[in-house]
Write a protein that binds this ligand. Structure first.
Ligand code: ADP
Ligand code: MG
Length: 275
């Protein structure tokens, strides 16, 4: 038995064929669609977390996804980011990236950035250090931890600091930020990767009203240059930012439309909002 061949076989299986390229090609949005999910089901043993779900997100869209706990919202984001594989169905980023065949790292490199529910900033590092750590490695001039950035990455840093409004706090350890500021820093860390599609899972959970308002402004700003998918429970937040809303329940789409439309939908009232 030869260790090398065993390893490479495992490796090949994980990464999928055709994605070993050194330079990431751009996602092809020429049909106007950033994300295609078609008939996606996810089974965990005998439990079906996503049930034959089809979802299309247009380039430049800001889609809100709402629905009761356990509806499959986080699982949906797991499928898009490669953390969970669809049991059946297909998931494409643009025309050219078959997400089911890519590793989580390859998906991130292809331009999909995700913010998880809980902030995962490095508490002992400053705001600036956190952002620098999030910059893609090949954008750092020297391969050291806090090396200087190339001009493009420096521009991303300046823009990001402007957007997340933490410019005055760049030397503050992240552990001393408020909950809302930590969330914004984490969004900033995402932006340093220059993603095309941004996924935010419950971004305003635990925020004060003022922080929630500021986050809504941030989402609307991000919409100018990104495609966004936002999962949230906070209806006034959704009302501020939303165009099209998708309601998920039991792993399937219950309704789609404006917030007012889905709020008036009988199924949605029964299964989610309550009477
Ligand atoms: P939501 O984010 O809408 O609250 P989730 O996607 O987290 O819902 O979960 C959907 C359902 O799938 C839940 O019932 C959850 O318990 C189940 N689930 C999620 N991940 C797993 C897993 N890794 N193994 C087994 N069940 C899971
Ligand atoms: Mg969730």
């Amino acid at each position: 038995m030869n260790d090398v061949s065993t390893n490479s076989a495992q490796h090949g299986g994980q990464l999928g064929e055709g994605y070993g390229r050194t330079k990431t090609q751009d996602a092809d949005f020429s049909h106007g669609i950033a994300l295609y999910l078609e008939n996606v089901s996810v089974w965990f043993d005998s439990f079906r977390a996503l049930n034959d779900l089809s979802l299309y997100i247009a380039e430049g869209e800001l889609r809100c996804i709402i629905g009761p706990n356990g509806a499959g919202k986080t699982t949906l984001m797991d499928v898009i980011t490669g953390k969970t594989r669809p049991t059946t169905g297909t998931a494409f980023f643009g025309q050219n990236y078959d997400l089911a065949k890519m590793s989580t790292e390859q998906i991130a490199e292809a331009g999909i950035g995700r913010k998880f529910q809980k902030p995962t900033v490095f508490e002992n590092f400053t705001v600036l250090e956190n952002l620098l750590l999030a910059a893609p490695r090949d954008k750092r001039v020297k391969q050291s931890l806090f090396s200087r950035l190339d001009p493009e990455a420096q521009l991303a840093l300046d823009e990001t600091l402007e957007q997340i409004r933490l410019k005055e706090l760049i030397h503050k350890p992240a552990g001393l930020l408020s909950h809302g500021q930590k969330q914004w820093l984490e969004i900033g860390m995402l932006l340093m990767q220059r993603p095309k599609l941004i996924l935010l899972d419950e971004p305003v959970a635990g925020m004060t009203d003022a922080e929630t308002e500021r986050t809504a402004e941030l989402c609307l700003e991000l919409k100018k240059n990104h495609t966004l998918v936002v999962v949230e429970h906070d209806m006034s937040f959704i009302d501020t930012i939303s165009e099209k809303v998708t309601v998920l329940a039991q792993g399937a789409i219950l309704a789609e439309g404006t917030l007012a439309e889905v709020q008036a939908n009988e199924d949605v009232i029964e299964k989610y909002l309550g009477r």
